[in-house]
Design a protein around this ligand. Structure first.
Ligand code: ZN
Length: 198
């Protein structure tokens, strides 16, 4: 009988870490892993630092990535612009999703109708549509990743599930736009009035 070692989990320090300050506070026990705590350097009335018990250097690295996702969700995504557009979107994620849906349907409709006549204007319009679809898809993925894995505290779990499903439908619409536009690219290049561009 061979003397085989039992497989064991990777050994690493379990530490209380703040991603904002990049500060390690103390080592702790494994049972405290993933516990959120308030950073001592944070504002006691309105905490903004992402501080958690993590495992090893990779735990610290991914907590810093989570910090950027959270910052994107709370500051960068379009619904946060102009102070939530004067409060119109504050706590109203449904409105944001509905408006995105309308924008994507209009873009899909425009993409469908712009594939016949080849011109510089067509290329310009399709490029704008692709940029909008790409941005909305990127934004959707980042915000939903942050909601599910970082901020984590939905007003209601069922509401969050429905909104996530609706967001995935929007990603499908974005792909539909790419599928409509990109097959037309070889046709556009073939018929491009290159002599007028020179
Ligand atoms: Zn901190």
């Amino acid at each position: 009988m061979t003397n085989q070692k039992k497989p064991s989990r990777m050994q690493a320090d379990v530490i209380a870490y703040c991603a904002k300050c990049k500060a390690e506070y103390c080592e702790t026990e494994l049972k405290n892993l993933d516990y959120n705590f308030q950073c001592p350097k944070d504002d006691q009335n309105g905490p903004h630092h992402l501080a958690r018990v993590v495992k090893g250097p990779s735990g610290k690295f991914w907590l810093r990535i989570e910090k950027y996702l959270l910052a994107y969700e709370f500051s960068v995504t379009p619904k946060r612009w102009f102070k939530n557009w004067g409060g119109f979107f504050k706590g109203r994620a449904g409105r944001d999703l509905a408006i995105r849906f309308v924008i994507l349907i209009v873009a899909l409709n425009l993409a469908s109708s712009l594939c016949d006549k080849v011109s510089i204007k067509l290329i310009f319009q399709n490029t704008i549509i692709i940029i909008i679809a790409l941005f909305l898809m990127f934004d959707n993925l980042i915000v939903n990743t942050s909601i599910v894995f970082v901020s984590r505290f939905p007003a209601n779990p069922l509401r969050s599930v429905l909104m996530t499903i609706f967001s995935f439908i929007q990603i499908i619409i974005s792909y539909s736009i790419f599928y409509i536009i990109f097959p037309s690219v070889p046709m556009i290049v073939r018929h491009l009035p290159l002599e007028k561009l020179v």
